[in-house]
Design a protein around this ligand. Sequence first.
Ligand code: 6PG
Length: 256
Amino acid sequence: MILMKAKITHTYGNNLVHVYDSAANLKMAATELIAQQAVEMVARQSRFSIALSGGSTPVGVYQGLISDKWLKRFPWEQTQFVFGDERYVPADDAMSNYKMAMDAFLQAAPVSDANIYPVPTHCEHPDDCAEIYERTLREALHTKDNSEIPVIDLVLLGMGDDGHTASLFPDTEILTESASAVAAVYVDKLDSWRISLTFPTINNASQVVVLVAGENKAAVLREVFTTQTKKYPIQSLDNPNGVVWLVDQSAASQLD
Ligand code: 6PG
């Protein structure tokens, strides 16, 4: 894979950290990575699944996928779009990750609704919706090695300035979930429910890519790679295929 030239690349254990000189270049590189991976996986296995991340950083990445360069080249019909996490709000709510992705690119892309798998958020209890989504992923995707955990080809993640990723927030029970592929979690600090892939699912993916931009993430990012103790949820990323980080130089300003 020929990634847009990073300013520098750090290696911390299983983590490959590409640093870009601006958030704009980080996003362009992320678009390239996703699109190239999709083309390669479809050529190899006739399908590609991606778990989309919420947050603000990915918006520009998603918009790049419907740019002139990729709109006609991206394998839309062979790609399954699932979600790494979702806020427990209606699909048309401004906070919805599904709405963000539809607005950013899915609405404009030549992709059928059958290839988009929103997280249900209308159950009596969020746990019920988490179970439904887990079943949906199991039916839509494949599993491996007799595991019940679905295999996602590429899980795209972000990182909060508290070291959360997806909806895996500090001091929440979901961090130690070891059986379910998807779980609901009440996040006290947000006073709201979320539904998220669990670490067993994320660490079972073929590829994990984390996007981090902004000075406010720099201190946490340094600790993520330099402290032995698992102080932050994102330090529980432990994918045997490694983790690729695309960061801007602001977020990387405390890395050496
Ligand atoms: C969400 C995301 C969340 C996000 C981080 C970083 O639903 O909000 O899944 O984990 O990736 O909070 O968000 P930014 O990209 O906005 O910094």
